[in-house]
Write a new protein. Sequence first.
Length: 420
Amino acid sequence: MSSTAPLSNELLHPAVLDVEKVRQDFPILTRQVNGKPLVYFDTAASAQRPLAVIDAVSDFYREHNANVHRGVHTLSQEATDLYESARRRLVRYINANSEREVIFTRGTTEAINLVAQSYLRPKLVPGDEILISHMEHHSNIVPWQMLCEQTGATLKIIPVNQRGELELDALESLLSERVKLLGVVHVSNALGTINPVKQICAMAKRFDIPVLVDGAQAMPHQKVDVQDLGCDFYCLSAHKMYGPTGIGALWSREQTLEAMPPWQGGGEMILQVTFEKTTYNQLPSKFEAGTPNIAGAVGFGAAIEYLDNLGMDAVMAHESRLLDYATRQVSAFEELRIIGTAKHKAGVISFTFGDIHPHDLGTIIDHHGVAIRTGHHCTMPLMQFFQVPATARVSFGLYNTEAEIDIFVDALEQTRAMFT
């Protein structure tokens, strides 16, 4: 074989993740909390950052800091190259057609609001319907409620079952020409449920219904190909993907974005301004008014490269093993109720533990150095469906281990002993 022959995918992305080596990339994991080694089981809220991301942001501020797209001097050109390089990385990562299809936003929330106000609001009249699911994050509920109040449209809800899965038969009955957009979460942050988005998009297309996907929780756990999914909008956040906070993206097809009016006005999104008329810039600048989060985009690009180098197949396999192991371990507690038992899940376990309030449980667990999330997880309607005020949630990332799960289970044992 020639020495210049390309490596196979198996060699580039081994099926088994070297977790101990990966953990060395995350300096925060060397911390102690309450005198115990940190066990970070809150990745669904925000992932930790590898050195590659930390160093990329630091290097930008140390060596290249300047505004983008607006200067002929060296620093500005370097900053622009770094910023647009991050966009190109994301384009390749999600299999978009071009840089014109990827809009940088502050995150998933802003991306959804952009679609609501720029794409959908001009189209809606009283009697139109917007369709979302019962398991949506507040970010994929409230913007549509606001839009309904503004236009007289009606919000319809796709029900879930007791396992935390969407009722696709009910979805079928809700589809009609009155529905002007269907919004659905790819992976539930509260349950871990992986929704059959490709199937849902195909169902919606029979009625020419555009589909927006909240991909915030899917991106760190699986490879996403927006063209293969068949959706019309895909929204994501960098901080779920081991990147910085305050940066994310909206993907849509170029022809869709071209037809949408700008959402915000200001610098960068213009070609020419007079007091009589403004001519808007081309994509993607048309939707990126003002000075962007340049360092955030640079860090985002580094995070994408980091995940790509690890290989998402290996990440998915590792997190699946963690989920299976943790589910078996916690199921040994008779008083523990798992909320969300879908057949297809990402690395999330939400649960209640006897009569112990989740906030109390989280505080006690923290004394063991274990960080978990407690509360409604920005899914209040879902908590109401399961008739619980809140849950405790453990969520796994690519740096977690079975040994850490054992520490968590031991903390649960000690917590139970305190209340008996």
